[in-house]
Design a binder for this molecule. Sequence first.
Ligand SMILES: Cc1cc2nc3c(=O)[nH]c(=O)nc-3n(C[C@H](O)[C@H](O)[C@H](O)COP(=O)(O)OP(=O)(O)OC[C@H]3O[C@@H](n4cnc5c(N)ncnc54)[C@H](O)[C@@H]3O)c2cc1C
Length: 449
Amino acid sequence: MTGNEVKKYDLIIVGGGVSGTAILYALSKYSNLKSVCIIEKYAGFGRVNSSHNMNSQTLHFGDIETNYTFEKAKNVKLYADMVKHFLEHEKLINTSEKIFSKYSKMVLAVGSQQVQVLRERFKTFGTLFPNLREIEKDEIGKMEPRVLEGRDPKQELFALVTEDGYTVDFGRLSRTFVDHAKKLNPDISIHLSTKLEKIEDLKTHYRIQTNKGIFESEAVVIASGGHSIKIAKSLGYGKKYSILSMAGSFYTSHKVLNGKVYTMQEEKLPFAAIHGDPEVHNANLTRFGPTAKAIFLLERYNYSSFFEYLSVFGFNFRTVISLLNIVSDTVILKYLLHNFLYDMPFIGKRAFLKEIRKIVPKIKLDEIHYAKHVGGTRPQIINNETKKLEMGEAKLIGRNIIFNITPSPGASTCLGNAFADSKKLMEFFEGKFSFDSEAFEKDLVNTQG
Ligand SMILES: Cc1cc2nc3c(=O)[nH]c(=O)nc-3n(C[C@H](O)[C@H](O)[C@H](O)COP(=O)(O)OP(=O)(O)OC[C@H]3O[C@@H](n4cnc5c(N)ncnc54)[C@H](O)[C@@H]3O)c2cc1C
């Protein structure tokens, strides 16, 4: 095939993070769609937000995320369980590649007000998570001695804990999905170092212009993180959305925690609360974070994404009004201002130490270090109609095209998202191909793993 030849497929997936590769895997295993192509701008899969260096590595179920409503937790659990079942099965069949580590996981309530809220929350959320237990101060101290060490003995403490704490290398998970997909469907066409530069809807099919030539397909899935909204807008979709690009940074220390310890999050904030936990491939390293700082890049550390961000943000009257509305909430404003400090030299470390001390009261300044080049950015969606920040992921559906925009917990929900997209794609193809939902559910939903 020469470089000038147009490459034609039934489906093109754009983006090789955990979302795009999960769709590739789901279709390869459970559908008879063969002519599938995936294009990724970097030379490997899972290198942007899905990389283990870029996110908190947590498989979020909704049990210790106190900003989730019951309904949200129910949905996230359904999807996270799919990843859990996949991981447990993978561990049995592939012992050489470690994709995850399992630790205990707790959410810690400090002070009488938080304790009361968490106890109350357990009454309903406990029904959804049978492995979640209430523990009091003594047991917290046994599990996590440094959480108790040096703490004011009069301070009320209470926690919900579970042994189901999955710390996942979502980058490696992306590559595992691709490895399986290649074996299941040798016809898959993989194009790395290939960047979508322009997409056109020619009504009978899509034409994608890349640095490696022209690609065409009947249907398209855009799974490009924050870039998905940019691509959607170029086709006239998602005009009511803007993006706040919320970078998350981390501080690390030598091992001070045995498992994951989360703090309680404000309900109105769409970010995971600050937590401390062991690194997925090194239990002797504790990571604290993530922070949440608005940046003007669509992809962190990639300065060429500055102009891309500006085009997505769309500095217009509606967006500015939405922003003003969002920051008029003092809780959000305070949170954003605080988080702005954490990346600053000298004062950032000292300011963040205060947050860490809510978890490990006696940790010293010289025990923590700013983790350089660690932490990606979350494309947090602003809805210019409601003038509010939206919680979690968004999906836009167009003519034979799906756009996935994936802030946290987008990695935890990758297989659930792949399931939804696979079914939608079958509608696009109007019976030409089929997807075996039952087999998917048998393997990844209705299974004991
Ligand atoms: C600080 C932080 C902490 C987080 N913690 C968690 C957590 O603990 N648990 C959790 O579930 N989620 C977490 N998330 C969210 C999670 O990382 C993302 O939701 C997830 O990785 C999104 O996967 P993705 O495949 O959609 O996007 P990405 O991993 O960003 O992949 C998108 C891919 O598209 C490619 N791409 C972009 N544009 C183009 C183009 N024009 N042409 C070709 N390819 C293109 C990119 O190179 C990239 O490989 C966190 C995120 C951050 C930033």
